[in-house]
Design a protein around this ligand. Structure first.
Ligand code: PEP
Length: 245
């Protein structure tokens, strides 16, 4: 089964637009075999989970359970909405909110402990040698998964997202995404056990659209795609779901 993760980021700003987009997404998703996971901004999560019951993810979560943490959204708040997934370590959170590997690690451990599935984003800012996946990808994996018990690894999905490919229209090649997926699985395999590493689902993210989606999802070893801006365009995203099937 292939995965299509829709990261709406902060593009959709009204309930009306959110409703129209996820109704169209849901109708197409219902007719296909892939798992479509919609990750809207927090205010729209109740609509998805309560009114339409789609697979949903949050775009972030706090690591503490409750308390004096103005502005934060906790794990119980998500679980009470039956949200299954959370995106963590997205490059925009690393960049604009200065989230360190240490902070991401705290969030990953807390989310897994609370029973959520984690979509962990990793990726390099620049690629110096054209076809070589930089070591930073392994370093992020090791730091972000440090202390995660092996019994929880099946709830981690990794999205390989080279930062230079996000929102630029310059997607990576499927061959490189495949190499990155192997590298990620090997890194996790060394941390735990080869078999465990090989079982990890790896997605590709970075300027995926209806023109290139099949090149990625049909490539051996790539379990699906994480889609940013194209997932917020109704016609474009429903076309992508239909193509992947
Ligand atoms: C993303 O937000 O993770 C992403 C891949 O964005 P885009 O598809 O817009 O490049």
């Amino acid at each position: 089964m292939k995965y299509l993760v829709a990261n709406w980021k902060s593009y959709i700003t009204s309930h009306k637009d959110a409703k129209a987009l996820f109704l169209a997404t849901r109708d197409e998703a219902d007719a296909c075999l892939s798992e479509v996971i919609v990750c809207p901004p927090f205010p729209f999560l109740p609509d998805i989970k309560q009114d339409w019951d789609m697979a949903a993810g949050a775009q972030d979560v706090f690591w503490e359970t409750k308390g004096a943490y103005t502005g934060e959204v906790t794990l119980d708040m998500l679980r009470n909405l039956n949200v299954e997934y959370v995106i963590l370590g997205h490059s925009e959170r690393r960049k604009y909110f200065e989230e360190s590997d240490e902070v991401i690690n705290k969030k990953v451990k807390a989310a897994l402990k609370a029973g959520l599935k984690v979509i962990l984003c990793v990726g390099e800012k620049q690629r110096k040698e054209k076809n070589v996946i930089p070591k930073i990808v392994a370093e992020q994996i090791k730091a972000n998964l440090a202390g995660v018990p092996k019994t929880k690894i099946h709830n981690v999905m990794v999205a390989y997202e080279p930062i230079w490919a996000i929102g630029t229209g310059l997607s990576d090649t499927p061959e490189n995404a495949h190499q990155a997926a192997l590298y990620i699985r090997k890194t996790i395999g060394k941390m735990y056990h080869t078999k465990l590493g090989m079982g990890v689902k790896v997605l590709y993210g970075g300027s995926v659209n209806s023109k290139n989606v099949l090149e990625f999802v049909n490539y051996h070893g790539i379990d699906g795609v994480l889609v940013g801006s194209a997932s917020t365009k109704k016609d474009e995203f429903t076309k992508m779901i239909k193509l992947v099937g």
